[in-house]
Ligand binder design. Sequence first.
Ligand code: ADP
Length: 437
Amino acid sequence: MGNVEKGSKKDVPVRLPTYFNIVNFTSFISAVFFFLLVLGLPEHSDFVAERRIFLVVMAALSLFDALFLYFALSFAKTRIFLAVYFKSILWIFMLTAILYALGGVRSYFGLIVVFPILAASFDLEPKVTLYLGSLSAILFAAMMFLDSRFAHTPGYYVVGFSHIILLGIFTFYLYSIIKEGVRQRFEKEEARRKYFDLVEVDRAKTEFVTVVSHQLLTPLSELRWAFDHLMETKRWDEAVRDILKKSNQSVNALIGIVRDIIHVSDLEKEKIVYKREKADLARILNGIIAELRDLISAKEVDLEFREEAGKFFVYCDPERLRNALLNIVDNAVKYSPRGKVSIFLAKDQTRIRITVSDTGIGIPVNDQQRIFTKFFRASNAMRVETNASGVGLFIAKSIIERHNGTVDFASELGKGTTFTILLPMAEAEEKSKDERR
Ligand code: ADP
C-alpha cells in the first residue's frame, strides 16, 4: 500500500474526506453484494456475460476497497497518502474489467466508471479529475474496439461513443465545478483558518508585550527611585544636577510609555473592570492642572480654566477618567510651544461638555483621521516632542467611550486644536433610571 507514513512529503490531503469515504464505502458494499449475488444466485445474474472474470475482479475489488477503507479511516483525519491517486487509477482498470465482464459496451452498467472519477474529485484537484476522466474514456474506447463479442450487434458503436461522450461531459462538468465553485469555497475556508491563526498570533503578541512591559516596570521604578534619592541626598553642582534632572525626566517618560503599553494590551484583552462612582469633573480637572504645573511653568504657555455655574457630576471610574482627560490636557500643553491652553467646563442638555483648546502646532489635515489610532504620531508632533508613545489618545478615547461619552476635535495646522469631550451628566442618568423603575 505504498507510503503510509503520516506527514511525509508525499502525503496528499483529501479535502473532502467524508464524501471520499462514502464513495469508498459504497463501492465496497456494492462489490461484496454483487460478488455474493452472482456467486449464490446465478439464476438472477443474467446481467453478467463473463461470470468467472466478474467474480475474480469483484473479489479483488472488495478486498482492495476493504484494505483501502481501513487505511483511509485510520489516516484520513489528518491526511491521506499518495495512494489516493494510485487507488483511483487501479479502480478505473478494475471497473473497466468488471464492465467487460458485464457485457462491455452492451452492458446496462456502462457508466459505473464514473465512480473512481468521482472519488478522485473529492481531492478538489481539477487536473487530476481531468486526467482520470480521460483515462476512463481511453480505457472504455480500448474495450469497445478490442471486444469482439458484440461488435457486430446493431448500434454497438453508437452506444459506445455516446458512453464516451457522456463520460467526457461528466468529467468536464466535475472539472469546472471544482475549478470554479468548490475550490473557491475551500479557499474561503483557508482564509478563515488563516484569520484565526492571525488572531492567535495577535493574542500571543499581546501576551508577550504585557509580560515584557511588566518586567520593565520594576527596574525602571528602581531607577527613578535612585535618581530621586541622589538628587535629595547631596548638594550637586549645577551641571551634575541638570544631568540628574534630565535623566530622571527621561526615566519618568519611559515609565509613562511602558504604562501606556500595558494599558493598551489590557484594553485589547478587555480585561479592565471599571468602577462606578459619582465624581466631580471640576475637581478632577483641577487635580490635572496641579499635576501639570511643572510642565506648564517650563514653557511660555498660559493655562486658563473656566467653568459655568453649577455642579459637574458624572458616574465614572475617577482614576481612569482622570487618566483620559490628563492625556488630552497634557497633549494641549505638550504640543503648544507657546500661547494659551483653555479648559472650559459647561452643560450641554443632558451631558457635560469639556473643551480643551490650545494655540499650538495643530494637526496636519492628512493625519487627522488617524490620531486616535494606537502608536500613531503626526510628523510635526514628533519634531516637537520625542518622548511619546502615540497611544495616549487611543486610551483616552476607549476610556471616554466606556463611560458612554464621545471625544472629537477640530484643528488647524499652525493655529491650534480644540478637543471636545461629552459625558453623560450624573443627574440625567439618575433621572432616566428613576423613570425606568
Ligand atoms: P502622543 O504620545 O504622541 O502624544 P497621543 O495618542 O496622545 O500620542 O496623540 C496622538 C497624536 O495626535 C500626537 O502624536 C499628535 O500628532 C496629535 N495630537 C494630539 N493632541 C494634539 C494637540 N493638542 N495638538 C497637536 N497635535 C496633537
